[in-house]
Ligand binder design. Structure first.
Ligand code: G4P
Length: 538
């Protein structure tokens, strides 16, 4: 029975579920803050940052973030602006990539890519961009910090086109930069939005818009910009009009074009235009791929279904709880409803569901497709789990990265064997790291596998802080992993440069010392298929 009502479709149509991707320090936190300010969700900018600090001060786990000055965990922020309801997935901003970021992006329908105008595309942006491209989600670009000396805007466009292969189409265009920055031109409206250096960007403030023709008549001095910079901007705008027509909504959705906005998050400038432009160009949640009852799409108006894309324990050290983040994929979520967990076929009560706003938790009464709900005390839910009301439906597994780093893990305190086991099992389930067991030696020979060193550090830290168990890690001599069918295990055993392990699902994995060892195995054992484990990061 479809649960669709015109109201449901209208509600879903207002949703924009997105992530902000950037290199650390490009201004993601500042931009987030300004979005919330526009939404009236914050009265004064600064709250997101103070949330960052408050978190690090109160949580043991976050102590690691504080020590390293990075943000490891990610949360979801909900805010409204105009007719739209935004779900902002906060991806960790540290330079070391982790699988957590990938899973978070999995739940997003679009991304805002923030670039530092002085630095252009940086390595972390490129990596995250690749994940977005693999997901096929549209990207809107914000060139931040134009109030500081910046690269030439045309050069920034060339970088985007050359390095990531997207066709950049400027929606706004800067007039000057650094001390000469006079404002941005809204190309569609043909208006100059004046930059007001005296406003500090902590409140919304009014924008002064002047038709571009009038600004040109008034001259550079009137807008507070050296004559050559203004002339240059006008020339560039003419070129753009010839060269780059308007944004094509279809091309954005297909991932061929990226609309580009310029501004200063700190100065709260260009942010409103970005938010409105993003809302218009980014897609509302749509049908999602399913693999059961058969391959196809799940329409948003079908009965309730959801996908667990992230599980995070001990977010609040006072409660030591475990929160599973669900993305509602179809229908309506109502607090207290019962759904079926596809993996077990058993009912699962969704009693303690919350939406997170900054550090506050708000109880959710209702949520629709595209919304993210945090289920507190979610023992039993794992990343990749499907939940549904009525008829069974299963979403495809969230692809993982093929592990590239391996470490042998040992318990340094043999008296805490139970904590060692429980802790590792928990972190494995959360997806912090993969725990691989030797088929015969079991817990005597455990390997941790991941894509970033940070995953190992987080494991070590959380084992000590949350489970009171000190572990030691030493590099394990492997560089690659492949999956084989269990029946092939005896054939592979003893093969040079390899070791065989199992993951928590009982899947048989072969770890290789290097690419040569994989080649040898493929030559020596031509009848054994070595399957790739996940997508490659590079
Ligand atoms: P991140 O989350 O991407 O890591 O970046 P974040 O927003 O924390 O910004 C990094 C630094 O860049 C901060 O300075 C921030 O104030 C500054 N910044 C962000 N947007 C702009 C902008 O549009 N113009 C200018 N000039 N600076 C900007 P900080 O000194 O590291 O931190 P704080 O002491 O200001 O908090």
């Amino acid at each position: 029975m479809p649960t669709a009502t015109p109201d449901l479709l209208d509600e879903v149509g207002r949703r924009r579920t997105f992530a902000i991707i950037s290199h650390p320090d490009a201004g993601k936190t500042t931009l987030t803050e300004k979005f919330l300010l526009f939404a009236g969700a914050l009265h004064e900018a600064g709250a997101v940052k103070s949330r960052k600090q408050a978190r690090t001060a109160t949580s043991d786990w976050m102590a690691l973030e504080k020590e390293r000055g990075i943000s490891i965990s990610s949360t979801v922020l909900h805010f409204a602006y105009g007719p739209w309801r935004f779900n902002l997935l906060d991806t960790p901003g540290h330079a070391d990539f982790s699988e957590d970021t990938y899973r978070t992006l999995w739940a997003a329908d679009a991304a805002v890519m923030v670039l530092d105008a002085a630095k252009g595309l940086e390595p972390q942006t490129l990596k995250l961009f690749k994940v977005c491209r693999d997901r096929g989600i549209p990207i809107v670009t914000f060139v931040n910090k134009v109030d500081r000396p910046a690269l030439a805007p045309l050069e920034l466009l060339d970088q985007i086109a050359g390095q990531i292969g997207l066709d950049p189409v400027p929606v706004t265009w800067p007039v000057g930069d650094g001390g000469d920055f006079a404002g941005i031109v809204d190309r569609q409206a043909g208006e100059l939005i004046r930059y007001d250096r005296t406003a500090h960007g902590s409140t919304i403030g009014d924008e002064e818009r002047i038709p571009l023709e009038k600004a040109a008549e008034a001259g550079a001095e009137a807008i507070g910009c050296p004559a050559d910079r203004f002339a240059q901007a006008l020339e560039e705008l003419e070129l753009l009009d010839l060269d780059r027509p308007d944004v094509d909504g279809e091309a954005v959705l297909d991932g061929r074009q990226t609309p580009v906005f310029f501004g200063s998050a700190l100065g709260n400038f260009g942010v409103r235009r970005l938010l409105e432009g993003f809302a218009e160009l980014a897609p509302a949640p749509g049908p999602q791929t399913i693999v059961e009852p058969e391959d196809g799409d799940r329409p948003i108006e079908a009965p309730f279904s959801a996908l667990v894309f992230k599980v995070q324990a001990n977010m609040n050290p006072r409660h030591r709880d475990r929160v599973a983040f669900l993305r509602v994929q179809s229908g309506t979520f109502d607090r207290g409803m019962s759904a079926t967990l596809a993996r077990t076929g058993r009912p699962f009560a969704l009693k303690y569901a919350h939406q997170l706003f900054a550090s506050e938790r708000e109880t959710v009464e209702q949520a629709v497709a595209g919304d993210i709900v945090g289920v507190v005390g979610a023992t039993g839910l794992q990343v990749g789990d499907s939940l549904y009301a009525e008829d069974r439906v299963v979403f495809p597994a969230i692809p993982t990265f093929s592990p590239e780093r391996f470490a042998r893990v040992r318990n340094r305190d043999s008296g805490r064997f139970k904590q060692f086991r429980t802790g590792l099992a928990q972190l494995d389930e959360e997806g912090v790291v993969h725990v691989l067991r030797h088929p015969e030696l079991g817990d005597q020979e455990l390997i941790l596998a991941g894509v970033g060193q940070l995953q190992f550090e987080v494991t070590q830290h959380r084992m000590a802080e949350e489970f009171g168990c000190e572990i030691s890690l030493e590099p394990a001599p492997f560089e690659l992993a492949r999956r084989i069918d269990a029946a092939d295990e005896p054939k592979v055993r003893g093969q040079r440069g390899t070791s065989v392990f199992q993951d928590r699902h009982g899947t048989t994995l072969v770890l290789f010392r290097n690419a040569f060892a994989l080649q040898w195995a493929q030559q020596d054992l031509p009848d054994v298929p070595f399957h790739e484990l996940g997508i490659s990061r590079s």
